[in-house]
Design a binder for this molecule. Structure first.
Ligand SMILES: *Cc1c(COP(=O)(O)O)cnc(C)c1O
Length: 343
């Protein structure tokens, strides 16, 4: 029985080409700036994003933390969506480690922040108030069905923030999914972001690592913060080697994940007792709700007995994520089992 693991695209294993590249990687001490493979990956990432420079870090969480530490000082405020990964799922690191004050505004289902809400959240000059330093966007938006944010939206936020002396960070953990879904270069998002982070270890299937991209000065300052949080990784080229293969070979195939997610969403929508709007599914993340007697943990347990893993995200809410290694036939298998369990 093949295990069909739809819990996350983080479960992807490195490809054979990645393992070969890791075994043969040329290495040095990256804290000295002497790991040629890390240097190559950072140069590639900067080039892909149209930024001056990039920094290889251990995880998406570290990329966002280092970005926030670099943009904001203690007591500064960041405007962030109430469903943002940075706000919900990063252990409060910005506050705990950076003394940074999060100011949430609601994320509507399209994963944006309403421009009026951003403007309304920006602080004036008042001795009582923290200073607004940063707006943080998320593209694609994980908790909003992997919604891709358009370059036009990024530009609108960037323009209104910059007009007020505020910078913009994009948590682009799945930025290549957004680029593929909208048929644009990732540079179109990075252009309107003072900094942008993306993950190698989700749909791109590398085992470890994220990149933080920005200006030369920003990345130089971020490098000190990476060291501060314990992220100086020495012969990290063994990891970066897989990241290079990820960037070279794993981006275009994300379209298959999107097609599989679409099929999954359409199939689920046809099953009585499942509620979702397949029109919302534009990348590789499918949230759905159960409307019958079975709870999400119960359905997850029932599916797991047949080798299909889907995440229970609450009493009634579930999340399935498509990725490398999940084929169309696996989607049909999963749909058949959900139907059998619910109908
Ligand atoms: C996964 C994820 C991260 C964090 O990445 P880790 O490597 O798991 O720390 C950040 N932002 C978003 C939107 C994510 O989905």
């Amino acid at each position: 029985m093949k295990r069909i693991d739809l819990r996350s695209d983080t479960v992807t294993l490195p490809t054979p080409a990645m393992r070969a590249a890791m075994a043969n990687a040329e290495l040095g001490d990256d804290v000295f700036g002497e790991d040629p493979t890390v240097n190559r990956l950072e140069a590639m990432a900067a080039e892909r994003m149209g930024k001056d420079a990039a920094l290889f870090v251990a995880s998406g969480t570290m990329a966002n933390l280092v970005a926030l530490l670099t943009h904001c000082g203690r007591g500064d405020e960041v405007i962030v969506g109430d469903k943002a990964h940075t706000f919900v799922n990063e252990v409060g690191g910005m506050a705990a480690l950076g003394g940074i004050h999060p100011r949430t505004v609601p994320n509507p289902p399209d994963g944006t922040l309403a421009l009026d809400d951003i403007v309304g959240a920006i602080r004036g000059d008042n001795v009582h108030w923290p200073r607004t330093r940063l707006v943080a966007l998320e593209n694609t938006h994980n908790a909003c069905n992997g919604a891709p944010l358009s370059p036009a939206y990024h530009q609108a936020v960037y323009d209104l923030a910059h007009a007020r002396g505020i910078r913009v960070h994009t948590d682009g953990a799945r930025i290549f999914n957004a680029a593929i879904a909208l048929g644009v270069s990732p540079r179109e998002f990075a252009r309107y972001s003072d900094s942008l982070s993306f993950c190698l270890s989700k749909g791109l299937s590398a085992p470890v690592g994220s990149l933080l991209c920005g200006s030369r000065e920003f990345i130089a300052a971020a490098r000190r913060h990476r060291k501060m949080v314990g992220g100086g990784m020495r012969q990290a080229g063994v990891l970066a080697a897989a990241g290079i293969v990820a960037l070279e070979t794993m981006i275009d195939r994300l379209a298959d994940d999107h097609a599989n997610a679409k099929r999954l969403a359409e199939g689920l929508a046809d099953i009585p007792g499942v509620a979702l709007d397949p029109a919302r599914i534009k990348t590789n993340i499918v949230f759905f709700d159960l409307t019958g007697a079975l709870t999400a943990p119960q359905l997850a347990e029932c599916l797991a007995r047949d080798g299909v893993l889907i995440g229970a995200m609450g009493e009634r809410r579930m999340r399935a994520v498509t990725h490398y290694g999940i084929e169309r036939a696996d989607i049909e298998t999963a749909l058949g089992l959900v139907k059998r369990a619910l109908v």
